[in-house]
Design a protein around this ligand. Structure first.
Ligand code: FES
Ligand SMILES: [Fe+2]
Length: 351
């Protein structure tokens, strides 16, 4: 019921009820993660959760602020408040906080010139807007770059944003599924996968300075490309570029034309078993058919989601002997190795 009077330990940086091992939490907290689409941050505070930390995202004239969703006065969730005069207002006693999180007004004090304690400040986090996404890092200095997304970064190409969804699965399980071509003819029978399960040819995974990359040909069962080439099925080449820890760009190049689809997937590890999905795409026409691609993407996600949510163990095994691998799992193996060797993830007793 009470916090002890010496509560220095209770102020540990780890969120209460943290679902990650302390070591993994600290490593993951030092990356950029997506927390919202920019277009969803308007005139009301928005809630998000990253690595078990409740966040509030709000907009003022100074831009977008990401802060811990906790009023420093009596600890209620400030996201239940509202925006007024370019400040976020706490719903409990009306304290106002500006873009930098500092308190600027205490309505219960009559003297407007009264000193406001500097500790009366929201805990704000480093954030940046890129590709129409709000990215946040819970540590002061991110250790890894944001993804560099070819095509998506072209200002002349209009972007299509897929409505965000939640998967009750680990972010890393989602990433592996997104980078796995061998499941296409089994899981994506209603969308693009086709019905003939051709063997996956041997492929190499390139180690890049941002993560991993590989390329594979595939025979899609439908023609979903706006490149003027007739036919019900299409041969394509997929190029995958994974930026650690949870962002992937797929370039889809249907054969017979210069047309390319750029599809980006980046996910927020809400907790160790809950993941918020952010996806956007464009193509070399510069004017992709938004209605078509949103419908296609949601159908694909609906096909994947139950598979990934039911994988066990829910946590991605980083001990490579835990699961059985076949040659088409080359990317999955390199991803698991990279998480361990590059970042020390999966070390349960590290902190
Ligand atoms: S709890 Fe926020 S103003 Fe009191
Ligand atoms: Fe899939």
């Amino acid at each position: 019921m009470f916090l002890p009077t010496d509560h220095s330990k209770a102020r540990d940086e780890l969120p209460r009820g943290c679902t990650f091992t302390p070591g993994d939490w600290h490593v993951l907290a030092s990356f950029w993660h997506p927390v919202a689409f920019v277009h969803d941050i308007a005139d009301k505070p928005v809630r998000a959760r990253l690595l078990d930390v409740d966040l509030v995202i709000y907009r003022t004239a100074a831009g977008i602020t990401v802060a811990r969703d906790l009023c420093p006065h009596r600890g209620t969730r400030i996201s239940a408040g509202w925006i007024a005069d370019n400040q976020i207002v706490c719903p409990m006693h009306g304290l106002h906080f500006g873009a930098d999180g500092a308190c600027s007004k205490i309505p219960s004090i009559a003297n407007p010139g009264a000193r406001i304690p500097p500790r009366l400040k929201l805990q704000t986090y480093t954030s940046i807007e890129r590709y129409g996404i709000v990215w946040t890092c819970l540590k002061n200095t991110p250790v890894w770059q944001l993804p560099e997304w070819e095509g998506i970064s072209n200002p002349d190409f209009r972007k299509v944003y897929v409505p965000s969804g939640t998967w009750y699965a680990a972010a890393s399980r989602h990433v592996e599924n997104f980078n796995d071509v061998a499941h296409f003819p089994w899981v994506h029978t209603k969308s693009f996968g086709g019905s003939t399960a051709e063997p996956i040819p041997p492929y190499d995974v390139e180690q890049t300075d941002y993560g991993l990359s590989f390329e594979l040909p595939y025979h899609e069962g439908f023609n979903r490309f706006d490149d003027g080439i007739e036919g019900d099925e299409r041969d394509v080449v997929y190029t995958y570029e994974l930026t650690y820890p949870f962002s992937t760009l797929i370039k889809i190049a249907p054969q017979g034309s210069d047309y390319v689809v750029y599809f980006a997937d980046t996910v927020c590890p809400v907790s160790a078993r809950e993941t918020r999905i952010f996806q956007l795409m464009t193509d070399t026409t510069g004017e992709p058919d938004g209605e078509y691609w949103i419908k296609d993407s949601l159908l694909i996600n609906d096909e994947d989601k139950p598979m990934v949510e039911e994988q066990h163990p829910e946590e991605l095994p980083l001990d490579l002997t835990e699961e059985i691998h076949v040659p088409s799992d080359r990317m999955s193996l390199e991803y698991r190795r990279g998480l361990v060797r590059r970042f020390g993830l999966g070390a349960p007793f590290a902190s």
